[in-house]
Design a protein. Structure first.
Length: 142
């Protein structure tokens, strides 16, 4: 039987508790570091001119390639709309985009969105349905 009791561990403070937990082989997986996130894109676009409403509005209804590490999915830009915040109504720099994929798309994250005669633009896409076919993008450059 071990000489370490709950009272002994608590009396030793955090260091004592850590020693007890580290010594317990059944708890080791709990203490393991979380897995590293997936690969992160190496380059992001930052030119303010790429994030203007008119640039997207004139391409509504067209297909784009959404690409990232291990991802290449065609999506159609189906809607360009105002943000739901009153102050941004009609703003050329703050708006919402809606894309739709014909098959299941990627997890939420930052992807490059491009098409012919349209410079690749980094956007953070968030799926809005459980099948990951409809995505929302918020551009908010106040």
């Amino acid at each position: 039987m071990s000489d370490i009791t709950r009272r002994t561990a608590l009396g030793a403070g955090a260091t004592g508790v850590a020693a007890v937990v580290v010594g317990a082989s059944t708890l080791e997986p709990v203490l393991a570091a979380p897995q590293a996130p997936g690969p992160i894109a190496r380059r992001f676009t930052s030119s303010a001119g790429l994030y203007r409403r008119g640039r997207f509005a004139q391409r509504r209804g067209l297909s784009f390639w959404v690409t990232g590490t291990g991802v290449r999915v065609p999506m159609k830009l189906i809607k360009v709309s105002d943000l739901r915040v009153g102050a941004s109504r009609g703003s050329l720099r703050s708006f919402e985009l809606t894309f739709r994929a014909t098959r299941q798309g990627p997890e939420q994250g930052t992807y490059s969105v491009s098409r012919k005669r349209f410079s690749a633009t980094s956007l953070f896409l968030v799926p809005t349905d459980e099948h990951r076919r409809t995505y929302r993008v918020v551009v908010n450059n106040r």
